[in-house]
Design a protein around this ligand. Structure first.
Ligand SMILES: NC(=O)c1ccc[n+]([C@@H]2O[C@H](COP(=O)([O-])OP(=O)(O)OC[C@H]3O[C@@H](n4cnc5c(N)ncnc54)[C@H](O)[C@@H]3O)[C@@H](O)[C@H]2O)c1
Length: 270
């Protein structure tokens, strides 16, 4: 078990969406302090105000996690001003549209990979050594169902989330082998009703997840040191079905019949 009570929690992208909810739920579970890193000043201010109204201790920082130099500087600031981070939730992520790969710009490739993938590793590098020294900590990495399943019109997003899943699991094994006391949870949700993926088509196989329910699952996973949060249930079957069904048949059943490969057609985003 990872106790949340009296811990210092840092959530990247914690000013809105599931990041905000996970931060709020950690505070409700007794976390001593919540540090929010976000790039949206307005949301950062309103979330901080709203949480402080409940007498929670909240430390907001305007940080673009895609800027490694800034991440290093802000991590030092956090350690000096707030203290050592016990629970790190690497949540900030973006999608830039629903273009085919051939139409995507170099700028978008770099931006998505920097924020959705590289940032998680750079932020973790700033806080993990102290967790190991203390023999206590938990790192949550928000990947996606798109980190387990290829999907058209989001190829770079998929790449960024597959990379997170591979890195997160590798680090988890290292930390377990080293008996460090630091735990890792990798999160692979399908579409969530936060507005990030407005316009996508969903159905009974890929329903639109309720942000509150997903956030609660993640916080529970931290408490009980679960390795994965994969939601909805069908996401848990992806590795097995991909392993046993020939690729073309998988494309036909999951992609065409169940419409997963068409899900990004109507994407509008924010
Ligand atoms: N919404 C979905 O359908 C869905 C599905 C699977 C996985 N995810 C992943 O869950 C995470 C949260 O998604 P959400 O739906 O809550 O998104 P959201 O857009 O509602 O919230 C994301 C937050 O991250 C912040 N952010 C964006 N870029 C940042 C940066 N460079 N530095 C710091 N903060 C930044 C935003 O300002 C925002 O507050 C993301 O990593 C996303 O990829 C989302």
């Amino acid at each position: 078990m990872t106790k949340i009570k009296d811990t210092i929690v840092l959530v990247t992208g914690g000013a809105s969406g599931i990041g905000r909810l996970m931060g709020d739920m950690c505070l409700q579970n007794g976390a001593a302090k919540l540090i929010i890193w976000d790039v949206n000043k307005e949301k950062l201010d309103s979330t901080t105000r709203e949480l402080r109204a409940f007498h929670f201790i909240v430390h907001p920082y305007l940080v673009d996690v895609g800027n490694t130099q800034l991440v290093i500087e802000m991590a030092a600031k956090v350690k000096q001003e707030v203290g050592m981070v016990d629970i790190l939730i690497n949540n900030a992520g973006i999608i830039t549209g629903n273009k085919m790969f051939s139409e995507i710009s170099h700028h978008d490739v770099d931006k998505i990979m920097d924020i959705n993938t590289n940032a998680l590793m750079h932020v973790t590098l700033e806080f993990l050594p102290e967790m190991i020294k203390k023999g206590f900590g938990h790192i949550v990495n928000i990947s996606s169902a798109a980190g387990m399943l290829a999907n058209p019109q989001m190829s770079v997003y998929c790449a960024s989330k597959w990379a997170v899943a591979g890195w997160s699991e590798s680090m988890r094994i290292e930390l377990e082998n080293g008996k460090t006391g630091v735990h890792v949870t990798t999160v692979n949700p399908s579409y969530i009703d936060t507005g990030m993926f407005t316009g996508v088509s969903t159905n009974w196989l890929i329903p639109l997840l309720k942000p509150e329910a997903l956030a609660a699952k993640v916080v529970r996973a931290v408490k009980y040191n679960r390795l994965f949060v994969r939601a909805p249930f069908m996401v848990q079957l992806i590795p097995f079905t991909r392993g046993i069904i020939p690729v073309r048949l998988f494309d036909l059943i999951v992609g065409k019949w169940f419409g997963v490969y068409r899900s990004m057609h109507g994407f509008k985003g924010r």
